[in-house]
Design a protein around this ligand. Structure first.
Ligand code: HEM
Ligand SMILES: *[C@@H]1O[C@H](CO)[C@@H](O)[C@H](O)[C@H]1NC(C)=O
Ligand SMILES: *[C@@H]1O[C@H](CO)[C@@H](O)[C@H](O)[C@H]1NC(C)=O
Ligand SMILES: *[C@@H]1O[C@H](CO)[C@@H](O)[C@H](O)[C@H]1NC(C)=O
Ligand SMILES: *[C@@H]1O[C@H](CO)[C@@H](O)[C@H](O)[C@H]1NC(C)=O
Ligand SMILES: *[C@@H]1O[C@H](CO)[C@@H](O)[C@H](O)[C@H]1NC(C)=O
Ligand SMILES: *[C@@H]1O[C@H](CO)[C@@H](O)[C@H](O)[C@H]1NC(C)=O
Length: 506
């Protein structure tokens, strides 16, 4: 009873406050040092301003229109600035004064009680920097490196299997629920590439993939408890905490334990060998076979990283498979039913690959299509936080101010894009379509020290998966399906995402 009464009371208090807020005249920030913005009310701050709009995208546009390229707004307890325009983005993203992240209780809950365990939500620390470097060697491997070749081989094998699986399903019913098949296929590529772990398709693997879905959905949704922490007392995140435990259990059992045993054996062998030699060798890092090895090696041989931190970082990267899957599903909602785009993708894939498109096939049009999808998806850049008292364009910004990015306006500005509402992959190609051309102001993966570590894998995998699907099928939308997703949100939600696959003669 008491438990029920408390949130009700709190809610009532907040409603009263909101009513008072609306009743009073709306005076703006006017101290001249801080950027202008709507008035901050006690406790709720600028929430009444935000509440006037359908979503944060629309609210950010209104802020930009009313207050300019840098606007201050207080959201609950959080002092924020909302930035608009690429020049401002770049200035802030490339500065080291803004590379921390906001503190959200629910994020701490997801990462063993400390957001600093998470690659994406930690402040920029020495440990983070070291983890990023270890990861980048694998996730941003150069096109011509042997690591990249490995990724290509693993990914291509899984794509070929996926296409076969869709063919089999489409024979039974043309409307094929793609999402689950796709995420498992991509999860296998990630597990093999990063951890050399081959998994069987069983219930445990299903739960692992599902757990990552839960986490991915969670980190892509806003939560009232982020800005009004008091509410976190009444919001249960048990399912999310449980999901993170499922992931840890799986990674430990399937990847880490077997590898630790193997590493121990290898080390003993090496001691043996070395003992029988007169001189000691050697540099054990030559043995590093994958990202899992790189993390374990660093955790064992230096104080930069604990095993626990290494595992959290590894799990974050494995979780990238959800991001790739959700993105490809989003891309397909734009491509399915668009015969013209599919024909071009198909033609390019057939002309530039021998049957199966791989990561080294020249697929400019398909890549341009992927960029165009990313522009339309327009997912938000993860908020940053000021690490010290500083300024942006002469406006004072206090330490711990959260910085948010209005990238939707950037992606749909009629000044920057020709017919921005239209879906036109050609805008990312040179005249004649021979080369890709990505404008500098288009930064869906951000820039600077915290730039996305998954962008290369994402682009390569989405391009090859889409090219191979289009080679094998005409893909249509199923009129009975609901493909709608919230604007500017990467996560697609818990729907089967059935597409209509018509097999083509190859
Ligand atoms: C369409 C898909 C994706 C988009 C649009 C995207 C975009 C972004 C953005 C905007 C950031 C924040 C950068 C910043 O704060 O300045 C980020 C961070 C990150 N992304 Fe991605 N990403 C995607 C997929 C992936 C995938 C597939 C992976 C892993 C394989 C990945 C790994 C990461 C990591 C580890 C970070 C944290 C970096 C840090 O905070 O230091 N991302 N991503
Ligand atoms: C994360 O690290 C930052 C900076 O080192 C620190 O201020 C913050 O309190 C840490 N967060 C948690 C939950 O420990
Ligand atoms: C590697 O591949 C990417 C994506 O296809 C392409 O944009 C880039 O130019 C390639 N780099 C090299 C060095 O070939
Ligand atoms: C095929 O799938 C659609 C969409 O889910 C469904 O409405 C239909 O009944 C299925 N057809 C058969 C023959 O199972
Ligand atoms: C090293 O020498 C020991 C005894 O001298 C022997 O038992 C062992 O097999 C040798 N190990 C290798 C790897 O040669
Ligand atoms: C790749 O595909 C495009 C589009 O069909 C075609 O114009 C081009 O000649 C192909 N390139 C190669 C190397 O086959
Ligand atoms: C799937 O596409 C085929 C070919 O275009 C069409 O005949 C069929 O009606 C479509 N099915 C659904 C469920 O949309």
């Amino acid at each position: 009873m008491f438990i029920v009464a408390l949130p009700t009371l709190a809610l009532a208090a907040i409603i009263v406050l909101i009513v008072i807020a609306f009743a009073m005249a709306n005076s703006d920030y006017q101290d001249g040092k801080r950027a202008p913005g709507p008035r901050a009310w006690p406790i709720i701050g600028g929430i009444p301003f935000m509440a006037k709009f359908k979503d944060s995208t629309e609210a950010f546009s209104a802020l930009a229109k009313q207050y300019g390229h840098i606007a201050s707004i207080k959201l609950g307890v959080m002092d924020c600035v909302v930035l608009s325009g690429y020049k401002t983005f770049r200035k802030v993203l490339c500065s080291t004064c803004f590379d921390a992240r906001p503190d959200f209780k629910r994020i701490n809950m997801m990462f063993g009680g400390d957001r600093n365990n998470s690659l994406a939500f930690t402040d920029f620390t020495d440990t983070h920097h070291k983890s990023r470097n270890l990861i980048a060697a694998f996730s941003l491997a150069r096109n011509t490196s042997s690591l990249f070749e490995t990724l290509d081989i693993v990914s291509t094998e899984n794509i070929v299997r996926l296409v076969e699986q869709v063919k089999t399903e489409a024979e039974k019913n043309q409307s094929v629920p793609l999402k689950n098949m796709l995420e498992k296929s991509i999860a296998k590529t990630f597990l093999t590439y990063f951890c050399s772990t081959e998994v069987e398709e069983n219930e445990e693997f299903d739960q692992f993939v599902e757990a990552f879905n839960t986490i991915f959905e969670e980190v892509n949704q806003p939560c009232v408890g982020d800005i009004l922490p008091f509410f976190m007392n009444f919001i249960s995140k048990d399912d999310v905490v449980k999901a993170s435990q499922v992931i840890r259990h799986f990674v430990h059992e399937k990847c880490v334990e077997p590898r630790l045993a193997e590493r121990k054996m290898r080390a003993e062998q090496m001691i043996d060998e070395n003992n029988n030699k007169t001189e000691k060798s050697e540099d054990s890092s030559a043995e590093i076979v994958d990202l899992l090895d790189a993390f374990l090696h660093t955790a064992e041989t230096s104080s930069d990283l604990t095993i626990d931190q290494a595992l959290f970082a590894l799990e974050d990267m494995l979780g990238g498979h959800s991001a790739v899957c959700h993105t490809i599903i989003r891309m397909l909602t734009y491509i399915a039913g668009n015969t013209e785009v599919q024909n071009k993708i198909r033609e390019e894939a057939r002309a530039n690959s021998t049957g199966v498109a791989t990561m080294t096939s020249k697929l400019q049009y398909t890549e341009a299509t992927a960029w165009e999808c990313l522009r339309h998806i327009s997912s938000q850049i993860v908020p940053h936080k000021a690490t010290e008292d500083t300024e942006i364009d002469g406006y004072q910004v206090k330490k711990d101010t959260v910085v948010m990015f209005n990238n939707y306006d950037l992606h749909f500005s009629p000044e920057l894009w020709d017919q921005p509402e239209e879906f036109k992959p050609e805008r990312f190609l040179t005249e004649g379509g021979t080369r890709l051309m990505k404008p500098d102001f288009f930064v869906p993966f951000s820039t600077g020290r915290r730039v996305c570590l998954g962008q290369k894998i994402l682009m390569k995998m989405s391009v090859t998966i889409i090219a191979n699907l289009c080679q094998a099928f005409e893909i249509g939308l199923d009129s009975e399906q609901d493909y709608s997703v919230p604007r500017c949100c990467l996560a697609v939600g818990n729907k089967p995402f059935k597409f209509n696959f018509t097999k083509l003669d190859s």
